[in-house]
Design a protein around this ligand. Structure first.
Ligand code: UDP
Ligand code: LCN
Length: 819
């Protein structure tokens, strides 16, 4: 709609809108009168459209308006704040680009306004006193962005590493003086105080170049496979130390790469050189909430994909580190520590153990540190929404343990989710270590208007703490790893998770006029994969885990309800539509059950199997899970689904789960991921790895994983009828032509192999660790200024908010809080 609006990229909406309103003045006066008629309120795009339809009855007239610039503006509007006689629009013409305009409904005059002015105006809807305060607290991280270059195109967002290589290249080019920061960086490289690459005798760029030229002539004359140890003495004489390579060949490659960087830097070579540098040996990964363990934890509250992701990530990173260290000619043992919370009441898991080696790795461990308060150790699980009061003490305790275990500082600290990212930020800033953050999900976008409604939601979710902690982490991180583009900057129609932190307001608390800039080159997309030794195609008969088949047969078809399953499947011949998720509201397993319940055509063709949570609400301590359990029972009764639905309790055995996906594929079924919003969606990748045709929500990451109609299908979770009909159409088509099922299955697998593997991930992340380590040195002054601002924000804002979080009953009774 409305692309032929005559609107040029260079025009601002504030410039063009007055003329556009003038051209449809009669209709627009009516339309704006409707918008303002209901008084102060927030309108979303569907409200704007519906009310426009109501005010312009004539279809042709309406189409004319919508075809022009006004249609374009309305379609690009994310929300409009109405405070009669004004309507202010937040318009997003492209991912990451926002414009704000205020229209007077009476005379249709238009004013361009800033983000801060828009937020202030929006606050009038819910908190006039705060909105009209002269000196309300405004958070402005943009004030520190003066010296860092940014990417400019929406399509470049998320490709930060490449841009940082370009920016570094232009900074180092020119004279030897420009390359001095690189020399200093190399001089500082060491492992446990033992120097690497060069020593202090090479103290100018000119000396470095001269030494490289001499060494290059010498080494390139040696047989390629000559071990480094054979010529290391000569190297020391020239001022070189270990780390250049394990053989004459690798040493030559690294030296030439550096020579090129010094003589005629180019970004590709810059990236290659940094990927070879011995900068990372020890990594700390924070993942605090939920039950972090290697068995019996998946499906427990707050325990899902993040755990799977991290365990697979550790294996991939360790493999890549071992490979790199060998190639660097070093014999260092890399260590990766996953730091989580120790839970004494561990519900049969190993979450009460302090140290646990990570399976299938050589040197990696899980380190668990308890939450402590004045009255001692907190024994029970605590919801991720209530975790804030414990984090500072936890970080201090964890830091001491980590330094002891690693016998020194780590080289990279990676946070996960709000709590882990906050701990990573505190520890990285204390120790001066490179920091990365991973969000898995930023909670803000999951709940509509969660910013403006924060006061209403705070008792349950403590979003004031969460959004503050998220801002702190994303601004203190040296680089941010995301799984998809949409996580950063969304899609054409929907803002990204990070993007939604650009400008928002928590009325009464703070107005965030510049929270994060998605054009910052710190953003990087590195999608995860799925463990392909567990999730492999159903067609690989010789690898199939047939020993699980009797148990899976029992799980799917035994007619008696028991602790593990509820409901039964009367007709075994039907294909199965399958879903597996934590029983959270957002996962929408109840939604899928309702779609199925309402669609007789679908019921006639397929059975429904869901793996989710528990059946007995008394077994759960999680508020949302309890509500969802009750709703599942109501739906099964309401639509009389017994005989067609099998509800299986959370499954913790990943190996068996792999075979379960494949058994569903044997039934020529499909996987459905119906979430109201999904950040990434590991189950989607797992199902596709097993060759199972997959329908996944169009809200979030899965929309990027699947190409709709080619490698699977998108479903709209907000339109259940359309979704269930799309699934039914698929099965009808498969009945007519069984080849169709194979086609989608194969295309799904192809998509995975091209884009979603752990190997690609590990290479990318370690390259980031190295190059951003240098980038932070290059921008030291700005980094320090931001850190000071963050410290103030943390101390004056976050700590007070965290104090207001109610502690679990056990502690509350004793009236004790963490120090
Ligand atoms: N999972 C599981 N058993 C369950 C529910 C989930 O093993 O009962 C696994 C699932 O296979 C996937 C992960 O937990 O590996 C869920 O990840 P996803 O990204 O789909 O969602 P999250 O729970 O992280 O929001
Ligand atoms: C958390 C989520 O909600 C999922 O969408 C992701 O797949 C998972 O973490 C792993 O990143």
């Amino acid at each position: 709609m409305a692309s032929g609006s005559g609107f040029k990229r260079s025009d601002t909406i504030a410039d063009c809108m007055p003329e556009a309103l003038r051209q449809s003045r009669y209709h627009m006066k009516r339309c704006f009168a409707t918008y303002t008629s209901k008084g102060r309120r927030l309108m979303k795009i569907h409200n704007l459209m519906e009310e426009m339809e109501r005010s312009i009855h004539d279809k042709l007239e309406r189409a004319k308006v919508l075809e022009g610039l006004l249609g374009y503006i309305l379609c690009s509007t994310q929300e409009a704040a109405v405070v009669p006689p004004f309507v202010a629009f937040a318009v997003r013409p492209n991912p990451g680009y926002w414009e704000f305009v205020k229209v007077n409904a009476e005379d249709l005059s238009v004013d361009g306004i800033t983000a801060a002015e828009y937020l202030k105006f929006k606050e009038l809807i819910c908190d006039e006193k705060w909105a009209t305060q002269e000196y309300a607290f405004e958070v402005d991280f943009g004030a520190f962005e003066y010296s860092i270059p940014h990417v400019t195109l929406s399509s470049s967002i998320g490709n930060g590493r490449t841009y940082v290589s370009k920016f570094i290249t232009s900074k180092l080019a020119g004279s030897s003086e420009s390359a001095k920061p690189l020399l200093d960086f190399l001089l500082a490289l060491n492992h446990q105080e033992e120097k690497l690459m060069i020593n202090d005798t090479i103290n100018t760029v000119a000396k470095l170049e001269a030494a490289l030229l001499v060494a290059d002539v010498f080494v390139s004359a040696l047989p390629k496979d000559t071990p480094y140890q054979k010529f290391d003495q000569r190297f020391v004489e020239w001022g070189f130390e270990k780390g250049w390579g394990d053989t004459a060949e690798t040493v030559t490659e690294t030296m030439r790469s550096l020579l090129e960087v010094l003589q005629a830097p180019d970004p590709a070579n810059m990236e290659k050189f940094f990927s070879r540098l011995p900068t990372i040996f020890n990594i700390v990964i924070f993942s605090i909430h939920g039950y972090f363990g290697q068995a019996d934890v998946l499906g427990l509250p707050d325990t899902g994909g993040q755990v799977v992701y991290i365990l697979d990530q550790v294996k991939a990173l360790e493999d890549e580190l071992l490979l790199r260290i060998k190639k660097q000619g070093l014999s260092v043992k890399p260590q990766i520590l996953v730091v989580t919370r120790l839970i004494p009441d561990a519900r049969g898991t190993k979450c009460n153990l302090e140290l646990e080696p990570i399976l299938n790795t050589k040197h990696s461990h899980i380190l668990r540190v308890p939450f402590t308060t004045e009255s001692g150790v907190l024994r029970q699980w605590v919801s991720r929404f209530d975790i804030y009061p414990y984090l500072e003490k936890f970080t201090m305790d964890a830091t001491a343990k980590i330094l002891e275990h690693l016998e020194g500082k780590p080289d990279l600290i990676i946070g996960n989710y709000t709590d882990g990212n906050l701990a990573a930020s505190l520890m990285a800033s204390k120790l001066g270590v490179t920091q990365a953050t991973i969000a898995h999900a930023l909670e803000k976008t999951k709940y509509e208007d969660s910013d403006i409604k924060w006061k209403e939601l705070d008792p349950k979710y403590h979003f004031s703490c969460q959004f503050t902690a998220d801002l702190i982490a994303m601004n203190s991180a040296d680089f941010i790893i995301t799984s998809t583009y949409q996580e950063i900057a969304g899609s054409k129609d929907r803002p990204g998770q990070y993007e939604s932190h650009t400008a928002f307001t928590l009325p009464g608390l703070c107005r965030v006029v510049s929270g994060i800039n998605v054009f910052d080159p710190k953003f990087n997309i590195a999608p995860p994969g799925a463990d392909q030794s567990l999730y492999f195609p159903y067609t690989q008969k010789q690898k199939r885990l047939t020993s699980f088949h009797p148990a899976i047969e029992e799980l799917l078809y035994n007619n008696q309800d028991n602790d593990e399953h509820y409901g039964f499947l009367a007709d075994r011949k039907k294909p199965i539509i399958f879903s597996m998720a934590r029983l959270d509201i957002v996962k929408n397993i109840t939604g899928l059950t309702e779609w199925y319940g309402k669609n007789k055509r679908l019921q006639n063709m397929v059975n429904l199997v869901v793996v989710a949570g528990f059946f007995d609400p008394s077994k759960s301590k999680d508020r949302e899970e309890i509500a969802e359990i009750k709703k599942m029972h109501e739906l099964i009764n309401k639509y009389q689904l017994k005989g067609q639905i099998r509800w299986i309790a959370a499954q913790t055995d990943r190996v068996r789960n792999g075979e379960l996906y494949r058994c569903i594929a044997d039934s020529r079924g499909a996987f459905v991921q119906p979430a109201l919003y999904e950040a990434f969606g590991l189950t989607v990748v797992e199902a596709m790895n097993c060759g199972l045709p997959t329908f996944a929500t169009n809200q979030g990451g899965p929309a990027e994983i699947i190409v709709d109609g080619v490698s699977g299908f998108h479903v709209d979770p907000n339109n259940g009828d359309e979704a269930s009909n799309k699934i039914a159409d698929f099965f009808e088509k498969c009945n007519e032509n069984p080849e169709y099922w194979n086609k989608i299955s194969t295309a799904g697998l192809q998509r995975i192999y091209e884009c979603y593997t752990w190997n690609i991930y590990a290479t990318r992340v370690l390259n980031m660790g190295s190059i951003y380590g240098f980038w932070r040195q290059l921008n030291k002054e700005q980094k320090q200024a931001t850190q000071r601002y963050i410290q103030m924000f943390y101390n004056l804002q976050f700590k007070n908010l965290a104090k207001n979080v109610t502690l679990p009953t056990e502690i509350q009774q004793q009236g004790k809080r963490p120090e």
